[in-house]
Design a protein around this ligand. Structure first.
Ligand code: AMX
Length: 434
């Protein structure tokens, strides 16, 4: 089949069986233990979530449905043969577990195009926001404004049977994914281009239309956007945006509400906003040290950042312990398309200098760069210079992962999430210390 929904429906029974077996035969098996340190330390490393679409290995990085990024660059269909992967193919993979054919990926592009119109009231809501409203706040607002059209919320109102939740959740998720490029582009054009919107091009795929509607039509910019939208799609379930979407969705809040919650989390500087922060920080380096600083000067600059009680944005990770393969992938794109671009050279220089210093602090568990250390360079090269907008591009991509998992969560009937909390006193009592 070339129909995504039909392929998803085919994937349901075996997955239901596997979960049933897991619960029935192994429900009492122990996955891990929880220490006091973990409970007060951001729950780091506690295996406590079911997430099917991707899995993160601390050393190797992310695998989407079992496939690494280099494997997917090989296997996912491009807009043209040998081109960058189409995010539509990533969506097919995340939702069905199968690598799609070119025909299947293109049929997803068609399906999304049909749903892509952004209602007039959403444009009005965006236009009513005060100028200077952060693009991520605009994204959350626009998504919440779309919620009035939620098919799941309407179906729930009508008393839909729980075994049928997945279907309106699927429809909402596809509607939302389809509209995100138009919404993101409207935010961009309103904020930086005097509100002059660009119509979608019916011949273009989802990511290329995003670039087009933002005002970028070069082949390079479109290929960059396809890759960008593919690699940011998912990063297993525990990161702030994925977990927030999952948590809110578990209360049976519809996909608009749950994704908006995820985006509110992505807007934090320790998470998605780090791509904006990285660009600002790198510009600070350029301003103070000029275009070609020495390693020595860079080292001093990094130490000054740390001594000011700030983080070096784009470095470190809660789970990863090696260079993020998303970073390596975007670096590969830069090596192919912009090897002499000064900003790329500066970011490469930082790759040589920063990890050593972070290691010397003795406390940073992962001194290596993450995706946010590199994504901004690509955008700058193609003229998308407004870094306050960057997290919106991350967020559009993240919809593919968190909404695919959201569809599965409602299909599998996962319950409301409700971990146990404890007071300091209760913990002290538990360990016999008072
Ligand atoms: N610069 C300076 N200090 C850092 C650091 C960095 N890049 N990364 C970690 N540290 C510090 C922490 O702030 C913490 O200091 P503290 O003990 O004084 O509070 C200490 O090192 C130990 O932290 P950790 O266990 O190594 O990291 P974590 O799991 O608590 O946090 C992360 C992970 C990503 C929030 C952190 O590495 C960080 O702040 N990085 C910079 C921001 C960033 O790039 N975020 C994007 C991550 C990827 C993403 O979500 N998009």
């Amino acid at each position: 089949t070339t129909d995504l929904k039909a392929a998803f429906v085919e994937a349901i029974p075996p997955e239901m069986e596997r979960l049933k077996l897991l619960k029935k035969e192994h429900g009492a098996a122990v996955l891990g233990q929880v220490t006091v340190e973990q409970a007060v330390g951001g729950m780091r490393g506690i295996p406590a979530l079911l997430w099917e679409t991707s899995l993160l290995d601390p050393e190797e990085g992310i695998r989407f449905r079992g496939y690494s990024i280099p494997e997917l660059q090989e296997r996912l269909p491009g807009a043209s043969p040998g081109g960058e992967p189409l995010p539509e193919g990533m969506l097919w993979l995340l939702l069905t577990g199968q690598v799609p054919t070119a025909e299947q990926a293109h049929s997803v592009a068609d399906m999304l195009r049909e749903r892509s119109a952004v209602p007039a009231h959403v444009q009005q809501v965006l236009a009513a926001l005060p100028s200077g409203t952060h693009p991520m706040t605009q994204l959350c607002t626009a998504v919440l404004a779309l919620q009035s059209g939620s098919k799941f919320a309407a179906a729930y109102d009508q008393g839909v049977h729980k075994s049928k939740y997945w279907e309106p959740v699927y429809e909402d998720s596809m509607d939302l994914i389809a509209k995100l490029p138009g919404i993101a582009a409207a935010i961009y054009r309103n904020t930086y281009k005097g509100g002059k919107l660009v119509e979608a091009d019916p011949k273009l795929d989802w990511a290329a239309n995003l670039a087009h509607q933002m005002g970028y039509d070069s082949e390079g910019a479109q290929e960059m956007m396809r890759l960008y939208q593919t690699v940011h799609a998912d990063h297993e379930g525990g990161n702030v945006s994925a977990h927030a979407t999952h948590l809110v969705g578990s209360a049976l809040s519809d996909p608009y509400l749950s994704y908006a919650a995820g985006m509110a989390g992505l807007a934090g500087p320790l998470h998605g906003l780090a791509n904006q922060e990285t660009l600002r920080w790198v510009h600070g380096v350029q301003q103070e040290l000029g275009g070609t600083p020495t390693n020595e000067q860079l080292r001093d600059y990094v130490w000054a950042t740390l001594k000011a009680g700030k983080v070096v944005p784009g470095f470190g990770h809660a789970v990863l312990r090696k260079t993020d393969p998303r970073y390596t992938c975007l670096r590969g794109f830069a090596q192919r398309h912009m090897p002499d671009y000064p900003l790329f050279n500066l970011v490469s220089l930082l790759y040589e200098v920063v990890p050593d210093i972070l290691t010397q602090t003795g406390k940073v568990k992962n001194p290596w760069p993450n995706v946010d250390a590199h994504s901004g360079v690509l955008l700058q090269y193609y003229g998308i210079t407004e870094e306050r907008f960057y997290t919106v591009l991350f967020g559009v991509s993240r919809a593919l992962g968190v909404l695919s998992q959201g569809i599965w969560s409602r299909t599998l009937g996962l319950p409301i999430e409700r971990p146990k909390s404890l007071t300091i006193d209760a913990m002290l009592q538990h360990v016999g210390a008072n």
